[in-house]
Write a protein that binds this ligand. Structure first.
Ligand SMILES: O=C(O)CCC(=O)C(=O)O
Length: 328
């Protein structure tokens, strides 16, 4: 068995809010947007500038001896560093000061002031740097959820996961590969909560994860200055091809009351979905009263009922595609 072809994420040039809302947003599919102005950050954000403007404010970062981070088995540490020291370390290949080894990798996903309650907002945590970044205004201000700094060492790979908010990921400096999978391929991704168990998406263990070959792989490489629209529920896996600085903006697609209020990360399932999952767990516990062959039969009937009552198809695929990545 082999992995299938790679599909290119469509690329759009010089998109404005009207084009985004008319041609891209309703498709509920990822898109790379080139040529959207992100402000002076694209020219200014050198390592030294970031360190000076960001200053010594403490940040909690991921430190990993292996570049492919594994959230489920925690092969990395959380450590606190002054932001300026962190940026300098993340940008260097070998470290004289380190926690685990001289070639450890670093990753920052910035947090709110009270990280358990408040979503991140670059404008509050790093006002001096936020001035340089223009949030693309492709949604109404009241839909805004969070604005997150993403800074990674070259080679660092972030596990495949989904978020429940819509997302514009701005790659300000450095190049990044992003692989995406549709929400409709969820059953092929070996999920534990919002994360996939499959870490090596390029050379997966297909004896352990045979159904992964059925997941359609979408891929793009973001250059400095590019934006990637990641619709809520689309799985994504990022690989920093260079040291890079990104900012992503999450916003609500659904009415505000649909979301869990205690969710500073934007990755808790919408309230109705979480309740439905609890209901399903209750239903499955009820089946435990039956012998295995009856349980199997009624479980299959439940699956059929779910499929016929709740599955839907995504809007038609966008026609504007970049063929350069197809069938690589
Ligand atoms: O850019 C990254 O490193 C990760 C991005 C991500 O996971 C996100 O924007 O949700």
């Amino acid at each position: 068995m082999e992995l299938g072809e790679t599909l290119a994420v469509p690329v759009y040039e010089g998109v404005d809010k009207d084009t985004f809302l008319r041609d891209i947003y309703p498709t509920r599919r990822p898109a790379v947007l080139k040529g959207v102005s992100l402000g002076p950050c694209c020219d200014r954000w050198t390592v030294e500038y970031l360190a000076e403007r960001g200053g010594p404010k403490d940040v909690k970062v991921h430190v990993s001896a292996e570049p492919r981070m594994d959230f489920l088995h925690k092969n990395f540490l959380y450590r606190t560093l002054p932001f300026d020291a962190f940026v300098r370390r993340a940008a260097e290949k070998k470290h004289s000061d380190f926690f685990i080894s001289e070639d450890e990798s670093y990753y920052l996903r910035s947090l709110g002031e009270d990280s358990r309650k408040e979503p991140a907002d670059l404008r509050k945590q790093f006002p001096g740097l936020a001035e340089d970044f223009c949030i693309p205004e492709f949604f109404d201000p009241e839909q805004f959820f969070s604005c997150v700094f993403r800074i990674s060492s070259c080679g660092l790979q972030l596990w495949t996961h989904y978020d429940v908010m819509d997302n514009l990921l701005a790659q300000v400096t450095g190049r990044k590969r992003v692989v995406l999978y549709s929400p409709q391929d969820a059953q092929h991704l070996y999920l534990v909560g919002d994360k996939s168990e499959i870490l090596d998406i390029d050379m997966p263990d297909l004896e352990r994860f045979p159904d992964f070959v059925k997941a359609r792989r979408y891929e793009c490489v973001l250059d400095a200055g590019d934006l990637l629209f990641i619709p809520a529920l689309w799985f994504h896996n990022t690989l920093a091809l260079q040291f890079g600085v990104g900012v992503n903006v999450f916003w609500r697609h659904l009415p505000a009351e649909s979301y869990d209020k205690r969710d500073p990360y934007g990755n808790k399932d919408p309230v109705a979905a979480a309740r439905a999952m609890q209901g399903l767990d209750r239903a499955l516990r009820m089946l435990e009263d039956l012998p295995p062959d009856y349980r199997d039969f009624y479980a299959r009937r439940m699956v059929l009922r779910i499929q016929s009552r709740a599955y839907c198809s995504l809007p038609a695929e966008a026609v504007h595609t970049d063929s350069s990545l197809k069938s690589s």
